[in-house]
Design a protein around this ligand. Structure first.
Ligand SMILES: [Zn+2]
Length: 198
């Protein structure tokens, strides 16, 4: 299988495929931004995949602000809504942008700070044993086909590397239902699960 590229808005995103590899916790062939927002996992087994959405400012796509937030350098003055969040120390392992391009911030074997107060099947502090993937988006705006394509490829790759996540894939809303709604009703779980099963 050949690697293919997708083009959108002048940017090129390399598609992941079954021959893509994870090297020392990092995806090859994607953009790496090394976030300071991570620490050591207390468990050795990664057994959960958590799907999120994020857009900054809310409802706006394509800007630099998600990366700025995860890197700890969001400009509080860039938007009125940033005053409340610019000091948050948060991250995710990966972001999949609207055009399908992937940015990785934290190596998979380290603990990213994406889930917050959370509970999966009675087990708390899901950051400890999960991988967090952010889709650039909003709860009620359909995700792009490029995002699904990349998310499916990335999930398959992670399932190979960390088999314990195979039957443990959830939305942020499932592990923090009082606080979180992402990835929202716009996320097509049926399509995603069907593609994973192929
Ligand atoms: Zn979330």
């Amino acid at each position: 299988m050949k690697k293919t590229n997708i083009e959108l808005a002048g940017q090129t995103a390399l598609n992941l495929n079954i021959h893509s590899t994870i090297n020392n916790g990092w995806l090859e062939n994607v953009e790496h931004q090394v976030s300071p927002h991570f620490d050591l996992r207390e468990t050795t087994e990664i057994s959960l995949l958590v799907i999120h959405n994020i857009s900054l400012p809310a409802g706006n796509f394509g800007g630099p602000y998600i990366t700025d937030l995860f890197m700890g350098c969001l400009d509080a003055n860039a938007d009125a809504s940033f005053e409340e969040i610019y000091q948050l120390r948060v991250s995710a392992h990966c972001l999949i942008r609207r055009n399908g391009s992937i940015i990785q911030y934290v190596p998979f074997h380290q603990r990213a700070w994406h889930a917050g107060v959370s509970n999966y099947l009675g087990r708390e502090k899901c950051n400890d044993f999960s991988i967090g993937i952010e889709l650039e988006g909003c709860d009620d705006i359909p995700y792009t086909s490029e995002q699904y394509q990349q998310l499916i490829s990335l999930t398959k790759l992670l399932q190979q590397a960390y088999p314990a996540i195979i039957n443990n894939i959830v939305g942020h809303c499932d592990i923090a239902p009082q606080r979180k709604t992402d990835p929202g009703p716009a996320f097509d779980w049926q399509y995603y699960q069907a593609e994973l099963a192929k």
